[in-house]
Every structure is written in structure tokens, then in C-alpha cells.
Design a binder for this molecule. Sequence first.
Ligand SMILES: *[C@@H]1O[C@H](CO)[C@@H](O)[C@H](O)[C@H]1NC(C)=O
Length: 414
Amino acid sequence: MDSIKSLFAPVRTVLEKLGILSPQNLWNDILQQHWRVNAVLLIIITALFGWIIMLTLARYIDLAPVKPSDLLDGVVSKPGSPPIPPPTEIVSLRVYPIKSCRGVELQSTRMRRTGLTLDRNWMFVTTSDYKFMTIRGDSSMTLIDTALVEGDDPKDPSNQQLEISIHGGSPDDRIRIPAFPTQEWLKANTTLRPVEIWEQETDGYVYAEKFNTVFSDFFRKEVALVYKGPTKRLNRINGQKDMYGEDIATNFPDVVSLQIANEASITDLNRRLREKHGEELGAALTIERFRPNIIIRGREDHPWEEDTWKRIRITTTLPSENAIYKIELDSIARCARCQVPNVNPDTAEKHAKEPWDELMKFRRVDSGGPAKFKPCFGMLCIPRREGKIAVGAKLEVLETTANHLYSVRKFADL
Ligand SMILES: *[C@@H]1O[C@H](CO)[C@@H](O)[C@H](O)[C@H]1NC(C)=O
């Protein structure tokens, strides 16, 4: 008994010092004589200290319990997963109506499960073999400009036109075609036939020669414009059914319909390039080199945090329509890069080294399949729903993962 009492001697000393315990006090008797009260007090004090230490530690090692006010509707935060970044906003929307050609910046548009409206609906093929053309094979493709213009009949909303021209070319070097061609128009002006893209056959409406002469002259070979035909072409690699769990149609992108990039990440890349080369490289790289569809602001002090996205949500509020569109998207893979970003889109000149060399130094972040030997930039995403989307929309990350593996890991296993 005495040995137990002596164990609590320090507690008594502290309480005495604090004036809670005085020799005359009733507490003193209790504490002197009732070792159980002593034990309970010791346990309470130890627990309090432990709790404070745990909370402090948790703050530093990112295990801090999320405050209810931090919790977004639908967020899944699994223990061990990378932290959920705060919401950010969409700063730019881009579509590239013709594969590998210059794109169009939009204030608002419509998200479909097949990607943003008017994205990669067309491509060029060489008419000797009806195979697709890309910047990889011919960097001068970036000198083909596209624009959306109103047709001659302002009363006809379906009359929107896609204007295709040659950068710096004469006003004669341009054609206009319906942005949303009717079956009747296609029947009269195109031929439906098999075309080849990435060693796969699909069908396409091949435009008649009168639409192509400007471009055949420019490329110095016979080419034709092709509009995606009615047969479904499907998302590839991480987007195909055995990997994603669902077959979703797309037009003419390389892998998957939608790519999202982070402005903070290109800012970081430009900072690294400037540190390495000074002014030698000229102006900062524009995001257009990476051909994303959606660009988010992100956080300057957290570039590349998009690497860990698994599920995200875009909320577009349109007060003029009394409408809110919430679109959830699955972020299925990082986008493994080829050397296309080395091409300056304004001049079609390909730089011998950058940004490829710099990206290879710090962006070989995914060891899945071919991505092992490639740098990554941007995330490939598949929308779960359709709806309107506009610049200024909110982007929230709903779930993160440290397990992305290009062409290897299924979405269900992330
Ligand atoms: C075929 O294209 C031409 C040129 O754009 C257009 O004037 C014509 O109406 C088209 N044919 C049909 C049947 O739509």
C-alpha cells in the first residue's frame, strides 16, 4: 500500500504547489488515504497529456482528423492516401477540333461522355493509305488554325461553321465547313470509308477533294480531312473496358477523350527551364503544347498534385440559367508524353532538347508499361455524366490515390 502511495507522491506535490491541495484540506486526507482516487487522477492527467501530444503529432504527419467544415460532400479520404487538396477553379477550356492542329479556347461548352463538344471530331489522313497524320510525323500540322464562326444564315443555329486556315497564309487558304454537319451534308460532300488510327481501323467521312486542295498544297502530299464516322471508336489503354470497367466511345484522341492539366505545374516547369537556360529558350512555354482540354489554377506551392487524383468533381454555376451542373470524373491515368511538346506551335519548329530533357529529369513518375521511359504531364479523365461546363467552375478532388500505374493498373484497384 505504501509503495502505491509513494508512486503518487509527485502528483501530490504538483497539486500542493498549485494550491489545490493544502495540508488542512479535505482533499489531502482523501489523497493520503484513498489510493483509488489518486489512481483515477493520475489516469486522467496522463490521458489529457497523451491526447494533446497525439493531436500535435497528427497535425505534422497529416493524420489530423478532418474538421466537419473541411468535409466536401462525397469525399472519400482513406487512411494512407495522399491528402485531399483544397478546391480550385477552371481557368481555361480548350478544344482541338482537328487532331494535331491548333485549338480553340472557349468560355463555356458541353461535356459529353465522349469528351468536350467538338474536340478531335476531325483528323487529316494521307490519301495514299488513309492513315492518320499527327504532329509526331509532321510538326507543320500545328500551323493549321481552327476557329468557330457563325454561318451565313444567322437564323439557323445549326449553321455554326468550323473555319480552317493556314497560320500566316493568305485569306484564300481557308475553308469553312459545318461544325455540326447533317447527314444530308455528309452524304453529298463526303465518302464513308475505313481509316486507320494507331494501327486500328475505324470509319470516317472523308471530305471531297475540293475541301482538301489547300491542305494538300500545304503538306506537299495528298491529304484529306476526315470526320468521325458512326462506328464507335473506344477509349484506349487505361480507358478500355478491362481496365476502366466500361467501354466508352471517343473521336480521334490518342488514348482517352479528356485531358486535364494544372497551371501550377506548367509554371513550375517554366521556372525550372528558366533556371537551367536563362533567357536562351525565349518565352515561357504555353500550355497549348500539352494540348489539354481543361486547365485548373491549382496551387503554386503544390505543383503536380494532380498526379494523385482518383475522382474529381466539376461544379459549374450558371446564374443566368438558374442552373448548377455537377459532373464527376474518374481520373484514370497520368498522361505519358512523347516529344510533341518540343514543337513550338507558333512556328512548328521542334526544339532538339526541351522541354523533353527537363521533364525526363523529374517527371518520370509512373513506372507502368511505356510510361517507364516517358515523362508525365496532365491527367487522363473520363466523365461519369454529361452537362455544361464553363471557365470559373469549381474543381474539387473527391478521392486520391498513390497507386496510378499507366497501362497496368485497373481503375478498380487504384
Ligand atoms: C455540300 O457542300 C457545299 C459546300 O459547303 C454546300 O454548299 C452544299 O450545300 C453541300 N451539300 C449538301 C447537300 O448539303
